[in-house]
Design a protein around this ligand. Sequence first.
Ligand code: NAP
Length: 666
Amino acid sequence: MNTHRATGRADHPGEVTPSAGPVSDNLGPDLAELAHNPVQLRAALDGADAATLLLVLVQFTGDHDLLDRARPYISGPLNYHETMPDVLRSEIRDRLATVLIDYAQGRRPLPPIPAGDALRAMLSTAAGEDVAEDYTAMMREDLEPAGVDPRGMVWRAAPDPARLAQFPVAIIGGGMSGLCAAIRLKQAGLPFVILEKNQAVGGSWYENFYPGCGVDTPNHFYSYSFFLNHDWSHFFAKRDELWAYFEQAADRFGIRDHIRFGTEVVSAVWSDSDSDWLLTLASADGTHEQIRAKAVISAVGVLNRPKLPDIPGRESFAGPALHTAAWNNDFDWRGKRVGLIGTGASGQQVGPTIAPDVAQLTIFQRSPHWVVPNPNYFAEVSDGMKWALAHIPYFARWYRFQLFWAFADGLHATLKVDPAWDDGGLSINAKNARHREFMVRYLRSKLGEGSPLIDKVTPGYPPYGKRILIDNNWFEMLQRDNVDLETGRIARIVPDGIEMADGQHIALDALIYATGFQASKVLAPMTITGVGGKDLHAFWGPDDAAAYLGTMVPGFPNFFMLMGPNTGLAHGGNVIFITECQVRYILGALRQVIEQGAQSVDVKPAVFADHIAEVDRLHAGMVWTHKGLTNWYRNDHGRVFALLPYRLVEYWQMTRTFAPEDYTIT
Ligand code: NAP
């Protein structure tokens, strides 16, 4: 058996980590150039969001009167929009043009990062509602001047290169989270290898390529904070552009040489005597080998094992049948009678995309999802917006905060059950009820009053109980002549179609399963064996994964998980944000071990248990555990294993600095 150590390059041990800068540097003339042409500069500002420009202007000038004047015209997260009078918009743009010219020509310095109440007032205006004090520290970090990356790890004392060389790290998976870990390890000068089962990076964005596949979180938020892309073609990019972004990240940060493609990790076993992990790897050709690593970072993702529905007769279907996450480009749906089972995020994307070209599309909906509109969902990013993102100081950061609020923490209050609220189970608090009204109004407006579809697609559970979906022309699609929505129970799949419980036979040429993933089988099918032979899956039980901060489990030293249990987001959010928080925390743990001259770090059982108890307590008061609701976030016993109960800012605080007192460092 071939045995060697995981290796990687230790390029710049101890270096302060600079930002890599934007993905594209070719986005029009820079500010200094445009400052010589005030008319052109002023025209460029017309293409950018006035509310975001206002924040930059206030940062430069400290003019809070202007904030007060604009605040009534910027509305909150569900349906964010800015309705300032044109005269106010023009005033903002005119004044900012002057300020930017002064800045570009050296008459005005880069403004300081605002703090305290002033920053909070800016954040509240940006969000369209009152923002709590705890966001100011996070935003101050985001407003670090360009070129400084505050989330990278910095050694407290220059590390001995020999010591670093003795600390190889194995990352399992080269998707979004594995790349993030690799980038940070490389910046810290730690040796590492990525073990990737596919032949490419990108994880989900490589594996999923069904028609219509794309993000439902806006890209200017759904991207690495240290690798902004000002050149997204759309606010919500499709799969090819996303995959290209992660490919580009791998190249820009020099990660590719550290990746072993076509290599699957079968098992990881902790050695008490050597204080390291022995990983058994399987290559695509069936050969096995073993490597050792001082630490393991599992970055295997959550939604990557397709779940086929447990419907009798599934195997008997004679035509092509495929899962969205196991698509086959040879499959041609054009002119066929296609059945689509599942109406979640994947179904919502594939259905409207193929509907115009199929002979007949029959959608089998077991339960409806809540669907919200977004004015930017199909929109291209204008050249003016790209220019502002790339060239106006702080504009991209303020815009990112606005998205953070609108798509994550601004929605959090709608998720919490108000025990005094009772409207028969339709909603869980007053705000949630307002969101419900908005969504019902929206779907009714799309379908037309009196439409028989209204009852079929209106969920009986509160908004956010299942993953909220952005309208991808779903309601338009349902009204097409060649689309049917079946809401009855499927009895069985037969060779030429589907038989419903009411006896109806629906003839089909092809079947698409948009039926989700085996999310509860966390880290399956790997075997992870910790201290004293402790088996991770035996410890968890069949479907009850849990981890401290979603990252560490007691008895598994130096084993870290990215996107681990209870770190998922279902109300919107951005899993890249969570990943960056985790990576920072993991790097903090490794720094502690290495600087202390220790070998391993293991979370204390009591710290783990207290954390899980708190997570469970919080979830008991949140929408996911609403009576009668089904979703993939809970296990067979009803415990929410998948989702984060906290606001993102709280998770940022919890993971900001590694807390040695919570660990046994040996
Ligand atoms: P999903 O949300 O789990 O939806 C699965 C769908 O299949 C549901 O409508 C479910 O009905 C239905 N279903 C499952 N088993 C069935 C059966 N036996 N008979 C009939 N219907 C059945 O899966 P997904 O749409 O693939 O999305 C999973 C997650 O992936 C999302 O929550 C999201 O986090 C992520 N995702 C994101 C995007 C994006 O835009 N960024 C795109 C795709 C996926 P019930 O609701 O009744 O269970």
